[in-house]
Structures are given as structure tokens and as C-alpha cells.
Unconditional design. Structure first.
Length: 161
């Protein structure tokens, strides 16, 4: 029998991809990035995250071990993207939003860790609760991405979907 939590985890993964499709960084610090350089960093990291989620193909997880392995990998990708964002020196008007995006990605990574635990325990109720919590976190990130867009930043598909 296929593990029922796979679909819940897949829904979470799709939501994170929709959120992260245009965000991220690439490290750096140092001099403040120009607007165009910052936009490029966001798009590049977002593409990397989207590729990681697509290649994990979490929906095809046929067993618990496979699912937890994929969740672990995706958790690492989210944390790395959040750290990359934190390492950026964005334009002054993007600093607060950049910090909010990084925070949302770190929180999402933490929730993926909790999803792994719930999956191992086969706790459907906890999986559903965590899915809702991830949705709340993604809304926080979407608010920051919407703010960047309102400021004229082209950040790709971040927050769409």
C-alpha cells in the first residue's frame, strides 16, 4: 500500500516551488548589489530551487525511506538558499524584504524537518497541520516578494502560482 502522506508532502513541495521559483541568492556580501545584479541573483537561486524540487519528484515516492530522503535533500536546498540570501548585500530598499525571504525559506526548511518526523511516524494529522503551517510561512514570503515587485524589482515567478 502506498504511503498516504506522500501526497501531502508533494502538495507542500509544489507550494514551496511556487514560492521560491524566483528567489534566492548566490552568496557574496561585500559591496551593495545593484538592482539588476540583485534581480539576477534572485532569479538564479530560484531556478536552482525549482530544479531541485522538480528533480526530487516527491510525488513518485513509493515508500517512507524514499520520501524522507527526498525531504532531507529539499530541506538542505531550502536552508542553503536562505543562507545565500542572507549573504547578499541587496540594494538598500530591498534589505528588509530580502531578510523576510531568507527567514521564510529557513522556516520552510525547518518545517520540512518536521514533515520528515511526521512521515516517519505516519502521523497524517501532523502532516496536515504542517502543510497548513508551511502555507502560512509561504504567505509571509509572498508578502515580501510582492513588496519587492511593487518597488519595481523583476524577481521572476516568485510568489506566483
Amino acid at each position: 500500500m502506498e504511503w498516504a502522506g506522500t501526497k501531502t508532502a508533494a502538495v507542500v513541495a509544489v507550494a514551496v516551488v511556487s514560492f521560491a521559483a524566483g528567489c534566492g541568492g548566490g552568496g557574496g556580501g561585500g559591496d551593495r548589489l545593484s538592482k539588476s545584479a540583485y534581480e539576477q541573483k534572485l532569479k538564479a537561486e530560484g531556478s536552482q530551487l525549482k530544479a531541485a524540487f522538480s528533480s526530487s519528484d516527491i510525488q513518485t515516492s513509493s515508500n517512507l525511506e524514499d520520501l524522507t530522503t527526498k525531504l532531507t535533500s529539499l530541506q538542505k536546498e531550502l536552508d542553503q538558499s536562505a543562507s545565500d540570501l542572507e549573504d547578499l548585500n541587496p540594494p538598500k530598499d530591498a534589505e528588509a524584504d530580502n531578510a523576510k525571504l531568507a527567514d521564510a525559506l529557513h522556516k520552510a526548511a525547518d518545517k520540512f524537518g518536521e514533515l520528515k518526523k511526521a512521515a516517519r511516524a505516519k502521523d497524517q494529522q501532523k502532516l496536515q497541520q504542517l502543510t497548513q503551517e508551511v502555507g502560512t510561512i509561504l504567505q509571509e514570503g509572498k508578502a515580501a516578494s510582492d513588496d519587492l515587485k511593487a518597488k519595481g524589482y523583476d524577481i521572476g515567478t516568485l510568489g506566483e502560482g
